[in-house]
Ligand binder design. Structure first.
Ligand SMILES: NC(=O)c1ccc[n+]([C@@H]2O[C@H](COP(=O)([O-])OP(=O)(O)OC[C@H]3O[C@@H](n4cnc5c(N)ncnc54)[C@H](O)[C@@H]3O)[C@@H](O)[C@H]2O)c1
Length: 275
């Protein structure tokens, strides 16, 4: 089938199988990245998980391979290093094949008032959350352009869309990702490559749990319980997100059926923000 075929048979509309594609999930050792990998493996992709936490990514790859029955390989990478990212793409290509799907989920989070933060905090954040995605796009786009096909999804945050106290420079880096993806989507749309942003609301992962544990310690139980009730009131669906909620949306954007969706920011957030 032509990768960019735009006429679907009736039964194909709900069939997102991507057998034969190689999906690289960066930040895939846990959380939303791992959930995206589970969804893509279920759709038939061969999966490469990459993460700075080498032992966690190796264990995650073994777990997903056993659960899904598809080939899954784990790779160590620090996305702040263009050299390591280049080596990662070469290693994935030689062991599984050239990635036609790339999901960038790696991030760090800092819970601090802007006035209490400094250049070292901002640099670390921008290095991981903005330079990281740039390093990845720069390494994968030439191959995708040559092969005239690609699906790229980067994770941002609703903090970038509406701002969030105590997450200012995280929000700034994620807003940068949105500008980056929209602009590059315009540059490579003619080559069969789509780039989109998925913007989750509060989702139950270790990243969020670590921040919540800090807030609980600062606030004490009563104040924290009140805050939790207030947060939930902001979610019309009445619950916070689970990693699988976000993984399913990512997998759809990585399907062939999503070939006319590019440069978009999809909030998957239980209705928290309706931009
Ligand atoms: N969980 C939420 O509530 C939430 C909300 C909005 C946006 N997001 C975004 O979704 C994405 C996934 O979040 P999550 O909650 O699954 O996070 P997570 O912390 O559970 O997973 C992120 C992974 O990235 C890896 N990582 C960190 N720095 C790295 C680096 N330099 N190189 C390679 N890997 C690195 C970590 O080891 C970790 O395995 C992130 O981009 C995050 O900003 C999450």
């Amino acid at each position: 089938m032509d990768s960019n075929e735009i006429r679907y048979e009736r039964e194909e509309y709900l069939d997102y199988r991507i057998t034969g594609d190689v999906a690289l999930i960066v930040g895939g050792a846990r959380g939303i990245g791992y959930a995206a990998a589970e969804a893509l493996a279920a759709d038939g992709a061969r999966v490469a998980l990459a993460d700075i936490d080498r032992s966690a990514v190796t264990a995650a790859a073994e777990r997903l391979a056993a659960a899904s029955g598809v080939k899954v390989t784990g790779f160590g990478v620090d996305i702040t290093s263009p050299t390591q990212v280049g080596e990662l793409i070469a290693a994935v290509t030689s062991s599984l094949g050239a990635p036609s799907i790339v999901v960038q989920s790696a991030a760090v989070l800092d819970d601090k008032l802007f006035v209490d933060s400094g250049p070292a905090d901002w640099k670390r954040m921008i290095d991981v959350c903005l330079y990281g995605p740039m390093n990845i796009l720069h390494a994968v786009l030439p191959g995708m352009t040559e092969r005239k096909y690609g699906r790229i999804v980067c994770l941002a945050s609703d903090a970038a869309r509406i701002g969030q106290a105590r997450l200012s420079y995280y929000a700034a880096a994620k807003a940068g990702v949105i500008g980056l993806i929209k602009s590059v989507a315009q540059e490579v749309g003619g080559s069969g490559i789509t780039l989109n942003v998925v913007s989750p609301g509060a989702t139950n992962t270790e990243l969020r749990q670590a921040r919540e544990a800090g807030l609980l310690a600062q606030m004490g139980e009563e104040k924290y319980a009140r805050r939790t009730r207030n947060v939930l009131r902001g979610y019309p669906t009445g619950r916070l997100g689970e990693p699988a909620d976000i993984g399913a949306a990512i997998a759809f954007l990585c399907s062939r059926q999503a070939s006319w969706i590019t440069g978009q920011v999809l909030s998957v957030n239980g209705g928290f923000v309706m931009p």
